[in-house]
Design a binder for this molecule. Structure first.
Ligand code: FES
Ligand code: FES
Length: 211
């Protein structure tokens, strides 16, 4: 399923996502195999090799929740795995790992994004915000408090992603209608079916000005 928010799938040349990376890697491998099987294909083989980036681990600095973190990772590693495995920020959940559920939603420069659909190296120079940042002076962020007020969680696995998506949507769309709220949060799935509470929470936030 494609994210209806269309935030995690760049449409143009402004960046590339995990699918692009895998597609590109597969094409490169196929091109290499073809070139080596044909006589006189050394020039093509050489060109292909030049287009393939090194897979060796490299230092990557990410700004997460306002702090820079440098980790040594391979270029193929997703933002989700980097957050969870290297930075121990396990609030973003690894549920489908295939851009279908939204449990891994974080904000990248304020936009809700599936962390499983982004390579960590894509996020250099951007501001990544995770659920771990959702406190104000040691107290829950108003969005979190609103989720609690409306009992908008059961098992809680989808909740961090929903909170981040709700925060981004409500801040950007004060005064949104119920239909707009439903569509705006349509990139996240709750298997426990807490949509009534989540929607009530979002409606309260947009009616209060989005925060
Ligand atoms: S884990 Fe990323 S969309 Fe499901
Ligand atoms: S509360 Fe369980 S998946 Fe949403």
């Amino acid at each position: 399923m494609r994210d209806p928010r269309d935030e995690s799938v760049p449409k143009n040349g402004s960046g590339f996502n995990r699918r692009d990376f895998l597609r590109g890697s597969g094409a490169a491998v196929a091109a290499t195999a073809l070139a080596t099987s044909e006589q006189g294909a050394s020039a093509q083989d050489s060109a292909t090799k030049k287009s393939v980036k090194s897979a060796a681990p490299q230092d990557v600095t990410l700004n997460v929740n306002g702090k820079d973190h440098t980790v040594k990772i391979e270029p193929r590693v997703t933002l989700l795995d980097t957050l969870r495995d290297d930075l121990n920020l396990t609030g973003c959940k690894d549920v489908c790992d295939t851009t279908n559920c939204g449990a891994c939603t974080v904000l990248i420069d304020g936009k809700p994004t599936y962390a499983c659909a982004r390579l960590a190296v894509e996020c250099v120079g951007k501001k990544v915000t995770t659920i771990e940042s959702m406190t104000v002076d040691g107290k829950p962020d108003p969005v979190v408090s609103c989720f609690i007020k409306h009992d908008a969680s059961q098992c809680g696995f989808c909740t961090p992603g929903f909170v981040m998506a709700t925060k981004a949507f409500c801040e950007k769309n004060p005064g949104a209608t119920l239909d707009q709220v439903r569509k705006g949060l349509g990139g996240n799935i709750c298997r426990c079916g807490t949509y009534v509470g989540i929607t009530a929470c979002a409606m309260e936030l947009v009616q209060k000005g989005g925060k």
